[in-house]
Each structure stands twice: as structure tokens, then as C-alpha cells.
Design a protein around this ligand. Structure first.
Ligand SMILES: NC(=O)c1ccc[n+]([C@@H]2O[C@H](COP(=O)([O-])OP(=O)(O)OC[C@H]3O[C@@H](n4cnc5c(N)ncnc54)[C@H](O)[C@@H]3O)[C@@H](O)[C@H]2O)c1
Length: 358
């Protein structure tokens, strides 16, 4: 059964909608039937860039909603809620980009509304479908690492590390919510849950420092305007079993140092900036082995159309069977709760329990 899907927000800065197109095209069950962007030129350019028919372009959100069986939201974080609510009025399933909204409060409200309407709501948190994440999950589930006590993840991008990149919606608290800590942190919190919740439990508390190093950006046709959210964040978190987490998020650094390290009582797995994975085991006497083994990504770790392809396969199955998916708005709201705890921790200079965030 083919289902019609429409994309709202074709893109201007990163243009994540293009990734979604690849995911849709990897799944014959979906047919891209409509696109809408509040800036008509963005939609026109996007259609040309991807050699698609200009007839797909709608001149309003309502027109798009009339033409589809499901909606994808790829706009700035603030507008996710308004668009999702319009879709819910028509009982249309929604795939929304992360973060769900600008903070936990708004995300929770949206999650509750989605649950009340009873349509499939699904989040664009695709990192767990990357081959490296599948391999790491497999190693952790096999018990090869032993009891995990340390987890470190640095994630970021360098595009806006150039201070000459002008003001974007993501640099303003009102349209983005928190900055780097949410942008990358939502993915990190999702991966921590995916990898560790069965063995180590959930995140119980956080301690964070957020900072803004590029404090003003040029606005179109205006003088420089202030950046009102963080561009670098460091978060320390604890899991239920006491495991120590350190997260580093940045919009400014080169990606050379990106990577993950997960350490247990028997072995450690790490991923370097090139995406190469290594396993280092402990010797019988408890010391670390001098050798590390490079792990191979196998076919079983790869999905058709890679992470976005798998995302659209999961979304299709959920919609076709009208069944909720784990990557729901409610799940995203819980991730937003951890991010809000990090923001509060940085503001108040203290450790914050996740249960404090209501
Ligand atoms: N999952 C990921 O890895 C990932 C990566 C990048 C961005 N994102 C998320 O995707 C979303 C979009 O980010 P982006 O960088 O692609 O943004 P972008 O700036 O490239 O594009 C946003 C587009 O939305 C349009 N738009 C804004 N409000 C609208 C409205 N009310 N109706 C219709 N169109 C509207 C804009 O004109 C623009 O073309 C954000 O929520 C962001 O956090 C996720």
C-alpha cells in the first residue's frame, strides 16, 4: 500500500529536508506528494535541486494537508508545534524533526495532545540507525564490555564556527530553545537510552556548563544582533547504576575530535572521528590489553537507505499498522527534560536531578 507524504520546510540553512527526501525515496511505500515552505523561493530551489516536479509545491500548509496521508516537519523548532497541531486536527500522522519544541514544557504539551488525538507521532532521531550505533548496541547487548561505568561522547558541527555566518533561527532562544546542548544533546540522550537503559538505567541527574563564544551575528539588512543561546556545552550526567557520562557539544569546533568511548569492567569500545570502531579488552590480571581490535561494520548493521531509510521504514510500518513507535513525541519530551535540566544546572551552578524538571 502506497502512502502520500508531504514535507513542510524544504530548507534554507542546513536543509535537513534533503536527508528526509533520501529516506522517503528509499522506501517505495512512501510517495512524496507535496512540499510547502513559508518562503516560496526555498521550495522552488529545493525542487530544482532534486529534479522534482514543481507541481509538488503547495502555496499553503492547508493545501499540503489536503494532499497527504502523513506529514514531515523540517522547520525551525518553534514552529513544529503549530504545524503538528494542524496535522492532528486532520488526524494525520506526523514525523517531526528534533528537538520536538523549544523546551520540555512545550514538548510535553505536544506529546500529550498527540496521544489524545491517537495518531502516530514519530521523531526524527535517526542516530540509532547508523551502522556504528547498531554495532555498538550489539557489543553492549552481548555483555562483552562487562558492567559499564564510563561513557563519553563528543558531538558537534563546525559550519557556524565561522563568525561570518549570519544570524539563523537556531542562534535565537525564542525560535530554537537551547543551542548546542539541545541540538546535539537530544541525539546523545537518545543514544544513551538506546545503548544503556537496559543495563544501566536512565539519566538521573546532570551538571552542566553552557557558554556562547560567538555572541553576535549579522542579521539580514540590519546590524549585528545578539546570539541568545549556547554554542558550546559540557554536560556531566549519572545513570541509575552510577555510571558516569560526559557529553561535549559544540557548534564551533572542527569535527576532528568527535567520538564515543564506552568503558566496562571487561572491555572498552570506542569510535574515532573517522567512524572507526575499536575494542580493547582487559587481561586476566585486570590490566588493559596493549592491543586494540578494529571492529568491522557488517551488512547486518546497515539498513537500506541507511539511517534515514530505516527511519522512513519504521514510520511507514507504524502508520500502516496505526501503532505507536518508541521514538514518539513522549520519548522526545523525556529527552527535552534532560536538556532543560542541563540548562538549569548551568544557570544555577549546581547538579540538577531530572525529577526537578516539571
Ligand atoms: N536529525 C538531525 O540530524 C537534524 C539535522 C539538522 C537539523 N535538524 C532539525 O531539522 C529542523 C530544520 O532544520 P534545518 O537546519 O534544516 O532548517 P533550515 O533553516 O535549513 O530550513 C527550515 C525551513 O523551514 C521553513 N519554515 C519556517 N517556518 C515555516 C512554517 N511555519 N511553514 C513552512 N515552512 C517554514 C524555512 O523557510 C526554511 O526553508 C530543525 O528542527 C532542526 O533542529 C535535525
Amino acid at each position: 500500500m502506497s502512502l502520500r507524504i508531504g514535507i513542510v520546510g524544504t530548507g534554507r540553512t542546513i536543509g535537513v529536508a534533503s536527508d528526509h527526501l533520501h529516506g522517503i525515496q528509499a522506501n517505495p511505500g512512501w510517495i512524496l506528494s507535496a512540499v510547502y515552505d513559508i518562503v516560496p523561493d526555498n521550495a522552488k530551489q529545493w525542487i530544482q535541486q532534486h529534479n522534482l516536479a514543481s507541481a509538488l509545491i503547495c502555496s499553503s500548509l492547508e493545501e499540503l494537508l489536503d494532499k497527504v496521508d502523513a506529514v514531515v516537519i523540517c522547520t525551525d523548532n518553534l514552529s513544529h508545534g503549530t504545524i503538528a497541531r494542524e496535522a492532528f486536527k486532520r488526524k494525520l500522522p506526523v514525523l517531526c524533526e528534533k528537538p520536538l519544541s523549544v523546551d520540555y514544557h512545550e514538548s510535553k504539551k505536544l506529546a500529550e495532545e498527540a496521544a489524545a488525538v491517537g495518531v502516530v507521532n514519530y521523531m526524527g532521531m535517526q542516530y540509532r540507525y547508523h551502522p556504528y550505533a547498531q554495532l555498538i548496541k550489539e557489543i553492549i547487548s552481548s555483555g562483552e564490555l562487562g558492567d559499564i561505568f564510563s561513557y563519553r561522547h563528543k558531538l558537534g558541527g563546525g559550519r557556524i564556527g565561522n563568525p561570518n555566518v549570519g544570524m539563523e533561527w537556531r542562534m535565537k532562544k525564542e525560535t530554537s530553545g537551547a543551542g548546542a546542548v539541545a541540538d546535539f544533546g537530544i541525539h546523545q540522550v537518545d543514544l544513551i537510552h538506546f545503548f544503556l537503559h537496559e543495563t544501566c538505567g536512565e539519566i538521573t541527574s546532570v551538571q552542566a556548563e553552557l557558554a556562547t563564544f560567538i555572541q553576535a551575528r549579522q542579521s539580514e539588512g540590519a546590524s549585528a544582533a545578539p546570539v541568545t543561546n549556547d554554542d558550546i556545552a559540557v554536560v556531566i550526567a549519572r545513570l541509575e547504576n552510577g555510571a558516569m557520562i560526559t557529553l561535549n557539544n559544540s557548534r564551533l569546533l572542527p569535527q576532528d575530535g568527535d567520538g564515543i568511548e564506552i568503558v566496562g569492567t571487561k572491555a572498552a569500545i570506542s569510535m574515532d572521528q573517522h567512524g572507526r570502531l575499536f575494542l580493547r579488552k582487559k587481561n586476566a590480571d585486570g590490566s588493559w590489553s596493549g592491543e586494540r581490535e578494529e571492529l568491522e561494520i557488517e551488512e547486518r548493521h546497515k539498513f537500506l537507505g541507511l539511517a534515514r531509510g530505516k527511519q522512513y521504514k519504521e514510520f511507514y510500518e507504524a502508520v500502516k499498522n496505526n501503532q505507536p513507535h518508541e521514538l514518539s513525541f513522549a520519548y522526545a519530551a523525556q529527552a527535552a527534560r534532560v536538556i532543560d535540566a542541563a540548562v538549569l544546572s548551568s544557570q544555577e551552578g549546581r547538579r540538577v536531578s531530572i525529577s526537578e524538571i516539571e
